[in-house]
Design a protein around this ligand. Structure first.
Ligand code: GLU
Length: 432
């Protein structure tokens, strides 16, 4: 029997590269590579993930039955430093999505100037259907299964959609128990502060989104005070973005979560909304608000739209209907490549994900450094350093955009790929 493959079989084998998020990232990558005349061999290498790990995660459920979930860790590129990127628990997680998210982490860490590679992990599970014990069992077994691939100098996970500081505490404990029995805080970031977490990590992505919104408004000559802001998603990113925007005098006129959206043209009292969400677990039915559909929320007239939920929210079906003046991508991959072109042509300014939501991984980097030093900074030092790094990345991208007269996403990708290209050429190809 012949062992050679025909083309069809190869595309089946490479099905993990066929997800829409990754295909979009590849389009963005190719356009950016053309802008900087990127080395062809480097580009070929950047188009593929280095390692994809798939694991089965058997979990003892509360009724004593066993359910087997599927988990992933994709290590995309480690040229600039150890692999780094979050862990997602969501019912739609699959390998193609994780590959796309791992690629985005690579480009994000590069454009931000961090000494980190890119990775991402996830488990296909709806975490809302698990009890606390079941979540702990799942997290510990998943960590054990990917244990030999991660480590404080190798690959450092963090929270993402569906995971939180408690999840990181279980991951850190499992890894520490299995690899030496001593505390290895640096294996994950986004931990609670009591066990080596960093002050300011929990609000970092939301704060970074607002630092970038301020920069985008400045660039577009829009005053922050009184600006109408719409936020899709009210999890870790959207809720803190709402709070920091509110504190700076903006009017948050619409927000949403998985259960629905709410609208109030006069702007919400965000501290009151946060209190409401603590007890009701959703923004839905908040007093003095009208319900609004996800589609209508995205199309509201406003100064800034902040998509802070999942990928694939704005594509050619709604790009013409968006009325925001500025879009700041709090989520990873919320706008498709063709939609970016339509929006840019319509004069809408996009602050791309790899910069806009970089606050999380920037403070993850600070957490990792603090764990290595075992010396911890205060919160204002962390917030200030976050602002320095994220605004510098934004300025670099705007400078490139103005020089080349391209859209913001291509500019961000070009700055990112340029740095990766230099490093990859310096390191060369192993063995040669
Ligand atoms: N999951 C976050 C992201 O998408 C944070 C990753 C990290 O801190 O490593 O950027």
């Amino acid at each position: 029997m012949s062992l050679s493959y025909n083309h069809n079989e190869i595309s089946k084998i490479e099905g993990h590269l066929n997800g829409p998020l990754f295909q979009n990232a590849l389009k963005n990558l190719e356009e950016a590579a053309a802008l900087i005349d990127c080395d062809k061999n480097v580009l070929e290498r950047l188009k593929k993930p280095r390692k994809c790990v798939t694991v089965s995660v058997p979990v003892r459920m509360d009724d004593y039955s066993v359910k087997v979930f599927t988990g992933y860790r994709v290590q995309y590129n480690a040229t600039l430093g150890p692999y780094k990127g979050g862990i997602r628990y969501h019912q739609n997680v699959d390998l193609p999505e994780v590959v796309g998210l791992a690629a985005l982490m690579t480009f994000k860490n590069s454009v931000l100037g961090l000494p980190l590679g890119g990775a991402k992990g996830g488990v296909c599970v709806d975490p809302n259907l698990l009890s606390r014990t079941e979540k702990q069992n799942l997290t510990r077994r998943y960590t054990s299964e990917i244990g030999s691939f991660i480590g404080p100098t190798k690959d450092i996970p963090a929270p993402d959609v569906g995971t939180d500081p408690q999840t990181m505490a279980w991951m850190m404990d499992t890894y520490s128990q299995e690899y030496g029995g001593f505390s290895q805080a640096g294996v994950v970031t986004g931990k609670p502060v009591e066990i080596g977490g960093s002050l300011g990590r929990n609000h970092a992505t939301g704060l970074g989104v607002i630092f970038v919104t301020e920069k985008a408004f400045e660039h577009c000559h829009i005053p922050f005070n009184g600006a109408r802001i719409v936020i899709q998603g009210f999890g870790n990113v959207g809720s803190f973005a709402a709070l920091f925007a509110h504190q700076r005098g903006a009017k948050i006129i619409a927000v949403s979560d998985v259960n629905g959206g709410i609208h109030n043209g006069d702007g919400f009292n965000i501290p009151e909304l946060l209190e409401y969400v603590k007890t009701h677990k959703t923004v839905k039915d908040f007093p003095k608000s009208q319900p609004i559909s996800n589609e209508a929320l995205l199309e509201l007239d406003c100064e800034a739209l902040l998509p802070c939920a999942l990928e694939g929210q704005i594509d050619l079906h709604n790009a013409e209907k968006i009325k925001a003046k500025v879009i700041v991508e709090g989520a990873n991959g919320p706008i498709s490549n063709p939609a970016t072109k339509v929006l840019t042509k319509r004069g809408i300014f996009i602050a791309p994900d790899v910069v806009a939501n970089g606050g999380g991984v920037i403070v993850s980097y600070f957490e990792w450094v603090q764990d290595i030093m075992s010396f911890f900074w205060d919160e204002s030092e962390i917030d200030n350093r976050l602002k320095t790094i994220i605004t510098k990345a934004f300025d670099n991208v705007v400078k490139f955009k103005l020089e080349k007269n391209c859209d913001m996403r291509s500019a961000a990708m070009a700055v990112s790929v340029k740095r990766l290209e230099k490093a990859m050429l310096l390191r060369g190809l192993y063995p040669r």
